[in-house]
Design a protein around this ligand. Structure first.
Ligand code: ATR
Length: 276
């Protein structure tokens, strides 16, 4: 009896707008691999049953998105150090009956910068990170682990930034939201992790005129691709990398674990995901 094709999916609530099925579906077709990747609408409170269902159905694993990322980590049998450090899982792999939790958001963030801004290095200078939510946690941890000499963490709710800095340790300095413009000065990397600039949200209004000429700006918002923050950065002559690549690169480890091939991020994948 031959093994059935691998099946994976993305667990979230709501899940209808997830781009992950288009992303993994593109890779499956492109490499001619057998398998499926499906959206899985799992209501709040139903994650334990959903994970039991994955096992019973013989899934290879799943991505996990809002609102289940923290609980997925807690329910897994084992977790990677980076998932434990971030306190949330976005990638689950079922291996020999054990559910392994990983978090590839920080990996996706760094790989997107490395691919989109040749020669970029985390140790080039201080990073300014705007926002202190779940995405910021992955970004700040990745930057510290990749050798950023310091991270200036600015959030509207200062206490949230303080809590994140305490939890992660390392060279993180927290600042009030009103200090954001001053914190641009001398930063080598400028990152928006807030929801400001997303379609339907107010823009992030921050002058980047004081940024160093070699500074790189990036946004985790990718709808629109050019956010007001990235437009301001470009107008100031800075290099920019948009946020779509983070989504594409964070998907690589899961795809390789479930379907057995290390996939590539390229223009065709970007187009497939944008037109989904
Ligand atoms: P995610 O997990 O995607 O990071 P989140 O945890 O809801 O989402 O965090 C959203 C981030 O956007 C937070 O840093 C939030 O600031 P607060 O911690 O003060 O809520 C930030 N944010 C959202 N709306 C904002 C606004 N109008 N002005 C400034 N920051 C805002």
């Amino acid at each position: 009896m031959s093994a059935p094709p691998p099946v994976a999916g993305v667990i979230g609530w709501p899940i209808g707008h997830s781009r992950s099925p288009a992303l993994h579906g593109h890779w499956l077709r492109r490499y001619g691999l057998p398998g499926w990747y499906v959206p899985l609408a799992v209501a709040p409170g139903a994650l334990p049953q959903a994970l039991a269902g994955l096992r019973a159905l013989g899934f290879s694993g799943a991505n996990v998105t809002l609102p289940h990322k923290e609980e997925a980590l807690a329910l897994a049998d084992v977790a990677t150090p980076r998932a434990r450090r971030i306190g949330a899982a976005n990638t689950l792999v079922l291996r020999d009956g054990a559910l392994e939790a990983d978090n590839t958001d920080g990996f996706g963030f760094l790989e997107n910068l490395r691919a989109g801004a040749s020669g970029w290095r985390a140790d080039a200078g201080p990073a300014l990170v705007l926002g202190a939510g779940g995405a910021a946690r992955a970004v700040v941890a990745a930057l510290i682990d990749a050798g950023a000499p310091s991270v200036r963490l600015v959030n509207r709710t200062r206490a949230r930034a303080d809590a994140l800095a305490d939890a992660l340790g390392g060279p993180v300095e927290t600042l009030d939201w009103a200090q954001a413009a001053a914190a641009v000065d001398g930063a080598a990397l400028l990152v928006n992790t807030t929801s400001l600039g997303m379609q339907g949200q107010p823009p992030l209004e921050l002058s980047l005129a004081a940024a160093a000429p070699h500074a790189l700006a990036t946004d985790i918002v990718y709808a629109p691709l050019v956010t007001p923050f990235l437009a301001e950065a470009a107008a100031c002559g800075l290099r920019t990398v948009d946020g779509l690549g983070m989504l594409l690169h964070q998907a690589r480890p899961g795809f390789e674990a479930w379907f057995g091939r290390a996939p590539e991020v390229d223009a065709a994948l970007r187009q497939a995901v944008l037109s989904a």
